[in-house]
Ligand binder design. Structure first.
Ligand code: SF4
Ligand code: SF4
Length: 208
């Protein structure tokens, strides 16, 4: 693990990460399953809380390589999946009255790891060498990462980082299989069909 002993973070519960108008909370299929099952939603109710955001430009190979989550082919074009916004531009699930997340135990991976991001550097003697670092958004608006913040709980963040990388790999495999099937003409790229497919998967992260 790189850097982990130097990182500082104490959440001040300011809500910036939940209310930023320019932030979309990206979702893995595991996030969707966790929220769907945790809130007992049917497919139409799921579509009331998540969006498939179509890219407004053709993505280059470099664009795709920079993305943490692979885009998915839909009937409207290549898209990424994210939580919808509330009327104020914040996250759909942010309660601005009591300043709390309404699905805290079910929250997406993106929210669990903020203001950090993780990256697999390499495997050395079967051990994953992982880098954990502040995201650009974290540096931009998270007041919890100042010098006065406490050093992070290394055990917690190492465990979470490993879990995050596992989930990203599973998500990559599911999206790649979907996109390949669309390209090969085996399935039509319907958002509803994609959701039905992932609802059949058994993978489910237990609420923390
Ligand atoms: S922006 Fe940082 S300090 Fe504020 S609620 Fe989010 S994680 Fe906590
Ligand atoms: S899901 Fe919860 S923690 Fe994540 S951005 Fe929305 S309100 Fe904040």
């Amino acid at each position: 693990m790189i850097n982990v002993e130097k990182l500082r973070f104490t959440c001040t519960r300011c809500g910036n990460c939940c209310t930023d108008k320019n932030t979309l909370v990206n979702l893995t299929y595991l996030d969707i399953l966790r929220i769907k099952n945790g809130l007992d939603l049917d497919i139409n109710e799921v579509l009331e809380i998540i969006g498939f955001f179509v890219f407004d430009k053709t993505l280059t190979v470099e664009d795709k390589q920079r993305m943490v989550l692979s885009p998915i082919i839909t009937e409207k074009g290549l898209a990424f999946i994210a939580l919808l916004k509330n009327s104020l531009g914040g996250c759909f699930f942010y309660n601005s009255t009591d300043k709390k997340c309404q699905i805290y135990d079910l929250r997406p991976m993106f929210c669990r790891t903020f203001p950090f991001s993780v990256q697999l550097i390499e495997y050395y003697e079967k051990e994953a060498k992982i880098d954990i670092f502040y995201t650009e958004k974290g540096k931009l608006y998270c007041p919890g990462i100042g010098k006065e913040a406490a050093l992070i709980d290394q055990h917690h963040w190492i465990k979470l980082s490993k879990k995050t990388l596992e989930d990203l790999k599973k998500n990559y495999n599911v999206i790649t299989e979907w996109n390949e099937s669309v390209k090969n003409g085996k399935i039509t790229p319907s958002v509803k069909k994609f959701l039905f497919n992932i609802f059949k998967l058994k993978d489910l992260i237990k609420p923390s």
